[in-house]
Design a protein around this ligand. Structure first.
Ligand SMILES: [Zn+2]
Length: 116
């Protein structure tokens, strides 16, 4: 049985998210998994991808970059908020200006209204 652990260190240098391939900048908190199942292994993931994983339950416990690719490209969003998160993933969570998108949130943001 694989033995593994998850931590959320603050990056001391730039890393690359293994799911969306974006650069995790120095100073950003990211998700780090490490394990040992005969050989030592580890992976790094940005908080955006971690949120997507939690909200949309990709991969049933086991997942990799392909799980995210499939999710972001199948065009089958259940609502506006998921459609937006799919687009965010494809843009590696950066706006045109180069800023990070807000973290995906489980509920639609209050600003999405239009009814009043
Ligand atoms: Zn990512």
């Amino acid at each position: 049985m694989a033995d593994w652990s998850i931590s959320h260190p603050r990056a001391r240098k730039a890393h690359r998210c293994e799911m969306c391939r974006r650069v995790i900048g120095a100073g950003e908190v990211y998700k780090r998994g490490a394990g040992f199942d005969g050989t030592a292994w580890s992976w790094k993931e940005c908080l955006h991808c971690e949120a997507v994983l939690r909200i949309y339950g990709l991969g049933d416990g086991e997942y990799n970059a392909d799980s995210f690719e499939d999710w972001a490209s199948d065009g089958d969003a259940r609502d506006l908020s998921e459609a937006r998160d799919m687009a965010g993933f494809r843009k590696q969570w950066r706006t045109k200006a180069g800023n990070l998108w807000p973290l995906p949130a489980p509920e639609s943001p209050a600003t999405s209204g239009g009814e009043s």
